[in-house]
Write a protein that binds this ligand. Structure first.
Ligand code: AMP
Ligand code: FE
Ligand code: FE
Ligand code: ZN
Length: 279
């Protein structure tokens, strides 16, 4: 049976592994089809072009949106996506400005970090995890988790939101560029079921095509109700681990596959949707 993992990060954003190392680790973990979905960049998955990989790799991206906390949109596509790439480049540049603003906050809080060297060591889009790791190295906190809990979380003193698209901008951007938009980790929105379903209907009218039902954040609540509600609306069901690296707080490679009964047909439906948007 297929073991898909449709949500992973490489060192091109805030993951730990370079792209090919990630693909090999996924294959070793029994994953049979992988999507790379770095934050605001296609550079990681692009670097695999023309190389042979042990398992098929789908091109994806994860956009952070400004409408609400933890609202992230995944996009999957097989097009050149010229306009999307230009927008991602712009967002990646703005992430540098935001990292500088967060570094300024940390300096004011008595915790200076060496941002230029951090940016040199970061191979792709810079994010809070890079800053958190620098804080651990400097001895300001014991762990990345503590850095987020005390300083970098969304309501904490060193947090800067940065430039983000809205859902109303991101959905047509992805669709115009042949990318299938899928709501990432809906459980992290912290909405009750009825509110979530109302949001899904509104976003579907704006172009949303799927929901990442099988994400580790949903496991405690159970998947069945959201799976059924998603299908009932004619939205695609997807799943992935959100793997960032061994030993961090996100999922392990392939960890949601076993809980996802119709994964085989769902992956085929997603790939069909990618094909049909690319025509
Ligand atoms: P950013 O895109 O720069 O706002 O950073 C968001 C990323 O930080 C997420 O994709 C996660 O990888 C990571 N993250 C968010 N919250 C936490 C947390 N509490 N502990 C560890 N990593 C986190
Ligand atoms: Fe991340
Ligand atoms: Fe996310
Ligand atoms: Zn992610």
């Amino acid at each position: 049976m297929t073991r898909p993992d449709l949500h992973t990060h490489t060192a091109a954003s805030d993951g730990m592994l370079p792209p090919m190392a990630l693909v090999n680790a996924a294959a070793d973990a029994g994953v049979t089809v992988l999507a790379i979905t770095d934050h605001d960049t296609l550079d990681g998955v692009d670097s695999l072009r023309g190389q042979s990989t042990p398992i098929p790799v789908l091109t994806g991206v994860e956009l952070s949106l400004r409408d609400m906390h933890s609202l992230h949109l995944l996009g999957y596509g097989r097009t050149e996506a010229v306009e999307l790439r230009a927008k991602l480049h712009d967002l990646a540049e703005k992430r540098k400005t935001r990292a500088a603003q967060m570094a300024d906050r940390l300096t004011a809080l008595g915790m200076p970090i060496d941002l230029p060297s951090l940016l040199r060591e970061t191979s792709g889009t810079v994010g809070r995890p890079h800053i958190a790791r620098a804080m651990v190295r400097a001895g300001y906190v014991e762990s990345v988790g503590e850095a987020f809990d005390r300083w970098l979380g969304e309501d904490k003193p060193a947090y800067v939101a940065g430039e983000r698209l809205s859902m109303a901008e991101a959905l047509p951007l992805l669709r115009r560029n042949g990318f299938v938009p899928v709501l990432a980790h809906p459980a992290l929105l912290n909405k009750d079921e009825q509110t979530l379903l109302t949001l899904l209907s509104a976003w579907q009218k704006q172009g949303l095509m799927g929901v990442e039902v099988y994400h580790p954040s949903r496991k405690g609540q159970g998947y069945a109700a959201l799976d059924a509600a998603t299908r009932r609306r004619g939205l695609l069901v997807t799943g992935g681990s959100d793997f960032h690296g061994e030993g961090d707080a996100h999922g392990r490679l392939g960890c949601t596959a076993d809980d996802w009964p119709r994964r085989e047909e769902d992956v085929r439906t997603l790939m069909d949707a990618m094909d049909s948007l690319s025509r």
